[in-house]
Design a protein around this ligand. Structure first.
Ligand code: ACO
Length: 368
C-alpha cells in the first residue's frame, strides 16, 4: 500500500466516474495490478502542503494614540475610530524593517523549536525596505545566522505576506524545500505624509513571521491570488526618481497617495469573491470555517466582507484597534497574537485573506 504522492486530482475524478469527496480528510482507494493506492481528496492538485509550526512578531516600542495624532493634524479620536476602528498604533523611533523582521523570526523559530541553521527558505514580504540592495531577507538571514537558507524579498504590498506564504507552499509542493520562514515586515511611517490626515491615521509599523514545514495532512488546503495592475494608481508610493547626468530633474520626497473610497470599494467586492474561490477550491463551506484572519486595513472593510460572505463578524479576528494597518505585517502579527493567546487549536479551519496596492488580493484555506 502506498500514498498517492503526486497523484493529480483531475485524474482521480476521471477514474472515479465523477465521485466528489466532501472534505479533504476523506480517503479513497483503488486497486491496480495488485497495488492498493490511497487517493486523498485535496483542494490543491498535489497532496504535499505546508503547515505553520511556529509564529512570532515584533512591534516598535513607541505607541501613538489617536489623541497624539490630533496634536499633529486636524483629526479626532472619534473620527478615526468611527471610520476605521483604529485606536492606536506603534511607530518606529529607530526600529527598522530588518530589525523587526529578525526579532519576529527569532520568536517564530523559538515557538517552532527550530535552529536558524535549519531554515531552507527565508521570504520577507515588504514594501518599505531600508535598502534597494541587498534585499531585507538577506540582511535578516545574516542577523539570524540562517546561513543555509535561500533568502529574497517579495513586494505585493498588503497582500505580500499571503503571496509569500503561497510562494513557500509552491516551493514545498514542488519538493524544492521542506521548510520556510515567511515574514511580513513594514516601517510604513517613513513613507507616510505626516501632514495628510487622510492617510497618516491609518498606518502602523511592525513585523510578523511564521515558520512552516512540509506536511501531507492538513496545512494549506487551497489558495488563490490575483493582481490587477491596471488599477495601480488607486494606492501608490513612488520610489526614487530618475536622476543621472543626462537629464535635469528635481528629487521630490515620495509619500503614500490613496483614493480611500476606491480602495474601500475594491476590498469589499473582490475579497469576498476570492475567499469564496479559495473555499470552493478547498471544498470547504464558509460555515465550516472557525476563524477568518484577514488583512487589518479597516474595521468597516471587514464588516463589509463579513456581510457579503454571510458570516458573523465574531468569526473575524481583529487587532487593528491596537496596531493599525501594518500592510504585509498585519496577518502574521495577528496570527502570532491568536497563537500566543491559545485561540488556535490544531485541526481548526482558518481562512487568510490579503488585499492591497497593486491591486493585489488573494486568500487561502488552512487547517491549523
Ligand atoms: N480626520 C478627520 N477628518 C478627516 C480625516 C481625518 N483623519 N481624513 C479625512 N477627513 C475628512 C475629509 O477631508 C473629508 O472632509 P470634507 O467632507 O470636508 O471634504 C471627510 O473627512 C470625508 O472624507 P472621505 O475620504 O470621503 O472619508 P471616508 O468616509 O471615505 O473615509 C477612509 C476615509 C477611512 C480612508 C475610507 O475611505 C476608507 O476606509 N478607505 C479604505 C482605505 C484603506 O483602508 N486604506 C488602507 C490602506 S490600503 C490597504 O491596506 C488595502
Amino acid at each position: 500500500m502506498r500514498d498517492s504522492g503526486n497523484f493529480k486530482l483531475q485524474q482521480f475524478y476521471l477514474k472515479s466516474s465523477g465521485t466528489v469527496a466532501k472534505t479533504q480528510q476523506v480517503y479513497f482507494w483503488q486497486s491496480v495490478g495488485g497495488t492498493v493506492t490511497i487517493l486523498r481528496d485535496v483542494g490543491k492538485d498535489w497532496d504535499m502542503s505546508i503547515r505553520i509550526i511556529g509564529t512570532g512578531s515584533a512591534l516598535p516600542a513607541h505607541q501613538v494614540t489617536n489623541e497624539d495624532l490630533a496634536k499633529l493634524v486636524d483629526t479626532s479620536d472619534e473620527w478615526i475610530r468611527e471610520r476605521t476602528g483604529i485606536g492606536c498604533r506603534r511607530i518606529s523611533t529607530g526600529e527598522t524593517v530588518v530589525s523587526l523582521a529578525a526579532d519576529a523570526c527569532r520568536n517564530a523559530l523559538e515557538d517552532g523549536g527550530m535552529e536558524a541553521s535549519g531554515v531552507e527558505l527565508l521570504l520577507v514580504a515588504t514594501c518599505t525596505p531600508e535598502r534597494g540592495i541587498p534585499c531585507a531577507a538577506c540582511q535578516v538571514q545574516d542577523r539570524l545566522g540562517a546561513q543555509n537558507a535561500v533568502a529574497f524579498d517579495l513586494n505585493a504590498a498588503c497582500a505580500g505576506f499571503l503571496f509569500a506564504l503561497h510562494t513557500a507552499c509552491a516551493y514545498v509542493e514542488a519538493g524544492i524545500y521542506r521548510n520556510a520562514l515567511v515574514v511580513g515586515a513594514e516601517v510604513l511611517s517613513k513613507i507616510v505624509d505626516w501632514s495628510d490626515r487622510s492617510t497618516c491615521v491609518l498606518f502602523g509599523d511592525g513585523a510578523g513571521a511564521v515558520l512552516v514545514e512540509h506536511c501531507r495532512e492538513g496545512g494549506i488546503l487551497g489558495y488563490v491570488q490575483h493582481s490587477d495592475g491596471a488599477r495601480g494608481d488607486v494606492l501608490k508610493c513612488d520610489s526614487r526618481a530618475i536622476q543621472n547626468p543626462y537629464i535635469s530633474s528635481r528629487m521630490e520626497v515620495p509619500f503614500v497617495q490613496m483614493d480611500g473610497r476606491e480602495v474601500f470599494a475594491f476590498a469589499v467586492r473582490k475579497v469576498p469573491a476570492s475567499i469564496e474561490e479559495a473555499l470552493e477550491k478547498s471544498r470547504i463551506q464558509a460555515a465550516e470555517v472557525d476563524l477568518f484572519v484577514l488583512h487589518q486595513a479597516n474595521r468597516r472593510i471587514l464588516e463589509g466582507i463579513a456581510r457579503r460572505l454571510g458570516v458573523d463578524l465574531e468569526r473575524f479576528a481583529m487587532n487593528l484597534d491596537q496596531v493599525g494597518n501594518m500592510s504585509s505585517a498585519a496577518i502574521p502579527v495577528l496570527l502570532d497574537e491568536l497563537n500566543r493567546e491559545g485561540r488556535l487549536k490544531r485541526g481548526m479551519t482558518l481562512v487568510l485573506a490579503g488585499f492591497g496596492a497593486g491591486l493585489t488580493y488573494g486568500a487561502c484555506v488552512m487547517q491549523w
